[in-house]
Design a protein around this ligand. Structure first.
Ligand code: 0PR
Length: 384
């Protein structure tokens, strides 16, 4: 009920504390299946300091607007482009919708179709529905990468674009983006890479010597990339990223807002009023951590995932879905539903809804948490 009179700050905060008691928190070490993490302290500070900035009216917040542009440029650089065009948006969902929207608007297909792997994130289902684009699902290979031959067979005159995934939601698998890029160039169809998760992992893991396929703008068929700072980028929610290779993609989705403080403004994002603070936090984190800082975070996460995969293999009744590619390890067990229930009862923030349990080695996940989890898993397997 909407209260007639307000309560004191202390009372409001006490009530909130009480009501959020059941939330799992990242510092508890119990959240093992999330792609988010506790944000970096500097990012929190920046968000607090600039909480009032609105990138929906860039003429008011000219400095913040420029900082967003610089953040987009640095992300584009990380992804192999000297200059890119895009925005810091609300997350991977918005970024993917914007890419599909750009491809659709630039195409003259009568009945637009998008070819995407069966492993694609459900955000594309929203995109397809909202944009009137038919989704054509391509099969996966045994190693859970998309079958490029099947993608090719599904190309028609109505194909507006192809999607490849660099870090799938369930398994962290990276598709053969070089082959998809060649295909896209051969058929003159734009390729979108969903690196919502992998964007802040793969460049650093490659620099550390991990053997992962190329996935970014260095491949000429790649026209847009989703990369989310609110996943492995250590920035508070909401912070997603969409980067286009050329200005025309951004122009194709821009709508005129003629009355704002900066005069006539072209707006490409789905959200109008949107947080400047988070875009500033993206900029601040990239400046603060630099390539070396992110590399260090990724090194720990990758090493933990290899160690954890090895430990899982030692437990009878547990099997890895596949060897980890990034910092995601997924496994199945006999009596999976019961195992899930038991682990949840023991307080673990995991789910097995896809037929396996996904563990994401986010920066808040430490070895001692995983050791405790492995003990619980072992006990559970022995008992069931
Ligand atoms: N693309 C990929 C490859 C993703 O994995 C995700 C989200 C998205 C796009 C959409 O991103 P937004 O959620 O930012 O719009 N993947 C996570 C998942 O579904 C989202 C998530 C994050 C779920 C934290 C749970 C959680 O605790 O697993």
């Amino acid at each position: 009920m909407f209260p007639e009179r307000g309560s004191g700050e202390d009372e409001v905060l006490r009530e909130l504390e009480e009501k959020t008691k059941e939330d799992l928190t990242f510092d508890s070490g119990k959240i093992l299946g999330s792609m988010c993490t506790y944000p970096h302290p500097l990012a929190i500070k920046v968000v607090t300091m600039y909480i009032d900035r609105n990138l929906g009216d860039p003429g008011l917040h000219v400095g913040s607007h420029e900082i967003e542009r610089e953040a987009v440029e640095m992300l584009a650089n990380l992804l192999g482009l000297e200059k890119g065009y895009g925005h810091i948006v609300s997350g991977g969902t918005e970024a993917n919708i914007l890419a599909v929207r750009a491809f659709r608007n630039l195409s003259d297909a009568e009945k637009p179709e998008l070819i995407l792997p069966e492993s694609a994130h459900f955000s594309f289902i929203k995109a397809g529905e909202m944009l009137g684009v038919k989704l054509v699902w391509a099969k996966l290979n045994d190693d859970y990468t998309v079958n490029v031959k099947d993608v090719e067979e599904k190309i028609t005159d109505n194909t507006i674009g192809i999607v490849g995934i660099a870090g799938t939601t369930g398994l962290g698998v990276v598709d053969d983006i070089p082959a998809l890029s060649d295909l896209a160039l051969d058929y003159d169809i734009p390729l979108h890479v969903d690196a919502a998760f992998g964007g802040f992992v793969i460049p650093f893991a490659k620099a550390l010597g991990y053997n992962i396929p190329d996935f970014d703008f260095r491949l000429k068929g790649v026209k847009s990339i989703t990369i989310d700072p609110h996943k492995m980028g250590m920035v508070p929610i909401p912070a997603g990223g969409i980067i286009f290779r050329e200005r025309k993609y951004l122009e194709a989705i821009s709508v005129l807002a003629p009355y704002l403080a900066g005069g006539k403004i072209w707006q490409a994002t789905i959200t109008g009023t949107r947080p400047g603070a988070n875009a500033l936090a993206v900029w601040a984190m990239i400046k603060h951590l630099g390539f070396e800082g992110y590399k260090k975070i990724v090194r720990t996460a990758m090493e933990l995932s290899r160690w954890f995969a090895g430990e899982l293999k030692k437990i009878p009744g547990v099997h890895l879905i596949r060897e980890p590619v990034l910092n995601i390890v997924s496994f199945s067990t006999k009596n999976l539903e019961e195992v899930e229930r038991e682990l949840k009862e023991r307080g673990w923030g995991i789910s097995a809804h896809r037929g396996y349990i996904r563990i994401v080695m986010m920066p808040h996940v430490r070895k001692e948490h995983l050791e405790e989890f492995l003990r619980d898993l072992k006990e559970t397997m022995e008992r069931l």
